[in-house]
Write a protein that binds this ligand. Structure first.
Ligand SMILES: CC(C)(COP(=O)(O)OP(=O)(O)OC[C@H]1O[C@@H](n2cnc3c(N)ncnc32)[C@H](O)[C@@H]1OP(=O)(O)O)[C@@H](O)C(=O)NCCC(=O)NCCS
Length: 170
């Protein structure tokens, strides 16, 4: 898949992205607002493991965010299961060198209609740690609605904080 946005290209990961992935993902400031599955430090074997998962057949969608010819972030859709099967989660991260240029806002805006086309879902959600005002702003700019605050739901790097749920409906 390839999606061209005003500020980046969203495309499938390839094995060649591994060195760039390490260069951009190995940043504790990125990991601080991600679930613990996002490694910190981020090693080359983490990159190979991630790319193997991202390129294997499966229901999840993982796309690289390419800027200036290099993968410098990731965005994806995770369809939920069981009684939550009408929902999917959107997740994303971007290299710190590119923050504040509207790249993720453009990427989320472009991916939302694709998610509703690709999956039989009625709802797309994102769960944000309360230490992440930039991500909250991205979602609000993209039309997501703040639905809930799960108090003390997150323990990250030894700190307990709230989780904020945003969603957009089909
Ligand atoms: C969150 C993240 C994806 C944002 O990417 P980005 O490309 O910088 O986002 P954009 O430039 O599209 O938009 C960021 C918005 O947040 C705003 N913002 C940034 N820091 C902010 C802060 N501390 N408080 C309030 N708003 C803030 C920016 O001003 C901008 O809004 P604006 O266009 O109205 O000025 C990026 O910071 C990141 O990768 N963080 C680490 C990983 C992560 O948190 N992923 C999401 C997990 S839910």
């Amino acid at each position: 898949m390839q999606i061209i946005t005003p500020t980046s290209v969203l495309r499938d990961w390839t094995e060649h992205d591994a060195p760039a992935l390490v260069r951009h993902a190995d940043n504790p400031r990125i990991a601080a607002t991600m679930r613990d599955g996002f490694p910190s430090p981020y090693t080359i074997s983490d990159a190979h493991r991630f790319i193997a998962m991202a390129t294997a057949p499966g229901r999840q969608l993982f796309l690289a965010i390419e800027v200036d010819g290099e993968a410098c972030g990731g965005i994806g859709i995770n369809p939920l299961e069981d009684v939550h099967r009408g929902s999917a989660e959107i997740g994303y991260w971007l290299s710190g060198s590119f923050w504040g240029r509207g790249i993720i806002t453009d990427a989320v805006r472009a991916l939302v209609p694709v998610a509703f086309r690709q999956y039989d879902i009625v709802r797309l959600q994102a769960c944000i740690f309360s230490n992440n005002p930039a991500s909250i702003r991205v979602l609000e700019k993209c039309g997501f609605v703040r639905e809930a605050v799960h108090r003390n739901a997150i323990t990250k790097n030894g700190v307990i904080m709230d989780e904020i749920v945003y969603a957009v409906l089909r």
